[in-house]
Design a protein around this ligand. Structure first.
Ligand SMILES: Cc1cc2nc3c(=O)[nH]c(=O)nc-3n(C[C@H](O)[C@H](O)[C@H](O)COP(=O)(O)O)c2cc1C
Length: 194
């Protein structure tokens, strides 16, 4: 009988035989916050500015927890810390602008995540027709309405419906990985079948 460990080894050999990289993650002794943070940071993401007009001025925050969810209806999600002071202001607004930050917008991300009095001081932005706020230099803008919120531990999952969309398809996004900002390299790998 093949044990779990041996089955895993057999799988690995099989993967090696089809040319995959030989690699086996090490077990981590404890599920501490630090270890989890490090593990989550292995997954690369973009960075989104979630912004809207509140009382005559822009309010917003940077998030990396964006996920595309559904095409019909068009839905996306973001996760917000329950300790956030900005999300309670954003969630009350009728429309939210989600801007996918572009390569080189590290400073914009830092500003929108920072503790500065005016997060928008060095950020170029514009207001949409219904109060969403969009960041200039971004590669995609989503004009969204909050549809649902689900408690999820120390975060809440927010589900947003996309009403309008603007894109610059050829532009490169800012990449966040391993707690660092990175850029895509120009080398294309294989395409995903349509
Ligand atoms: C690269 C990056 C990604 C972040 N992603 C998230 C996120 O997904 N969700 C979240 O609630 N905060 C995220 N933050 C933190 C917020 O931008 C912000 O710093 C935090 O909410 C504290 O400010 P607040 O109390 O005004 O909300 C991220 C910060 C950085 C720099």
């Amino acid at each position: 009988m093949i044990s779990m460990v041996n089955r895993e080894r057999a799988d690995r050999v099989q993967r090696d035989a089809v040319g995959a990289v030989e690699r086996r993650p090490e077990p981590v002794a404890a599920l501490t916050e630090t270890n989890l943070r490090e593990a989550f940071a292995c997954f690369p993401s973009g960075v989104i500015a979630v912004c809207g007009m509140d009382g005559g001025g822009p309010v917003g925050m940077a998030v990396s927890s964006f996920t595309s969810v559904s095409l019909a209806p068009p839905l996306v999600s973001v996760c917000l810390q329950t300790s956030s002071r900005t999300w309670p202001r954003l969630r009350a607004l009728p429309r939210l602008g989600l801007s996918v930050l572009g390569e080189g917008q590290d400073a914009v991300c830092r500003a929108l995540a920072g503790s500065g009095e005016d997060r928008f001081a060095g950020v170029r932005w514009e207001e949409g027709e219904q109060g969403a706020v969009f960041v200039h230099g971004a590669v995609t803008w989503f004009d969204c309405t909050l549809r649902a919120e689900l408690p999820a531990g120390d975060h809440a999952i927010a589900l947003l419906e996309v009403g309008r969309l603007w894109t610059v398809p050829a532009a490169d996004p800012l990449v966040f990985h391993g707690s660092r900002f990175r850029r895509l390299d120009s080398g294309e790998r294989s395409a995903v079948p349509a």
